[in-house]
Design a protein around this ligand. Structure first.
Ligand code: SF4
Ligand code: SF4
Length: 362
């Protein structure tokens, strides 16, 4: 595995990390297998969050006796100091550790949100206190919107950022990443394979040729982490001519198919969370990537499935309430065919619910 310096934190992190969002979705035995396999392959940076179901607790178990091998980055989506302080302690407890190597402010949405979390009494104050007490070692922030992260960095000396970037979504290269490089901020990348729309080897290889420190592809299966880690183990990551051609083709093909979760199309008069639905629905992405049969065979967590069935039914009826007013499509800067994209999700989602119900019965 290749390693790079994570900005000015001084941490030497594997170029392929583990995005642990989905660990809480499979049964514990299988999730432990994924996490342990990642460590065996040389992955030493794990990205989790308070809000990723029981991902922190699974990692706490997986890291028993191996905590010295890995850096843990978690996140709090709290807005207030009090709530963030509570969440940092919950993370430590679930992860069974006395410190987090990094803790992010999770998912900065817009300037109002920034004002709240970075202002007096906001979540950032709790992270600063926690860092002073050694409970966390570094402070970072995440957002799906590059320009919000630029604003965050202009207000506070964050040490790490986490942002989506891939062959299709390249906005961070314009202003955000140059600023990070100038200030010594660690650059960590989520959605490196655009939630499975891009083939992992070429997508990860392309990213490792950009000025980034580590990629944290979300891995649900052992096979996924093995494929991802192979790219991190390559001695030479130079893109060959045919790979560069493939990158250009993929960019062209997916440019008006991939939602950037920029929220420019919202609010929808029917209350449909368009960006979240099109861009961050990891369970739906798994169904699409695995196919119906493998999805049915996968050992999902029973607790997660019970929750997810209800959530999914709500999402389906939200989409069905769309009256095709077209307001969202007029506002989308990427000209995505939003109405069709939403409608195309209904049938697979109904099959996901059927698959989970079958799994609960047997
Ligand atoms: S077309 Fe549908 S999704 Fe788009 S704004 Fe109108 S109701 Fe909402
Ligand atoms: S559909 Fe378009 S405007 Fe809406 S979040 Fe996605 S990329 Fe942004």
């Amino acid at each position: 595995m290749q390693y790079r310096k994570l900005g000015r934190t001084g941490l030497e992190v594997s170029v392929i990390g583990l995005g642990a969002a989905m660990l809480g979705s499979s049964d514990t035995k299988y999730a432990l297998k994924v996490a342990k396999r990642a460590l065996d392959l040389g992955v030493n940076y794990i990205d989790t969050a308070r809000s990723y179901w029981n991902s922190e607790a699974i990692l706490g178990q997986a890291l028993k006796g191996r905590s010295g091998e890995v850096y843990i980055s978690s996140k709090t989506a709290a807005t207030t100091k009090e709530e963030a302080w509570k969440q940092v302690h919950e993370s430590l407890e679930h992860l069974n550790t006395d410190h987090l190597d990094n803790c992010h402010l999770h998912g900065l949405r817009d300037e109002r949100d920034l004002e709240k979390r970075l202002g007096p009494g906001g979540a950032l104050e709790a992270l600063m206190d926690a860092r002073e007490k050694g409970l966390i070692h570094h402070i970072g922030c995440t957002s799906h919107r590059s320009h919000i992260l630029v604003k965050a960095l202009q207000r506070f000396n964050f040490e790490v950022i986490l942002v989506p970037m891939n062959i299709v979504e390249r906005e961070p290269l314009q202003e955000l990443i140059p600023l990070c490089k100038q200030e010594g901020v660690g650059v960590t990348i989520m959605k490196p394979v655009a939630t499975g729309l891009l083939p992992a080897p070429v997508a990860l290889k392309w990213l490792l040729n950009q000025p980034v420190d580590t990629l944290v592809p979300g891995a649900t299966t052992v096979e996924e982490i093995e494929i991802d880690a192979q790219v991190g183990q390559m001695a030479d990551i130079t893109l060959r001519e045919e790979e560069q051609r493939r990158v250009d083709q993929l960019k062209k093909l997916l440019d008006n198919k991939r939602c950037r979760i920029c929220a420019e199309c919202e609010p929808c008069p029917k209350g449909i969370p368009i960006g979240t639905t099109l861009g961050t629905d990891v369970m739906y992405d798994h169904y699409r990537n695995m196919g119906p049969e493998a999805f049915r065979r996968f050992p999902w967590s029973v607790e997660r499935v019970r929750e997810e069935i209800e959530r999914r039914k709500n999402r389906i009826s939200q989409i069905k309430s769309c009256n095709q007013c077209g307001e969202c499509e007029r506002k989308c800067p990427y000209r995505l065919p939003i109405i069709r994209m939403l409608q195309d999700m209904v049938e697979p989602m109904e099959d996901m619910v059927r698959a989970w119900n079958e799994q609960l019965v047997f």
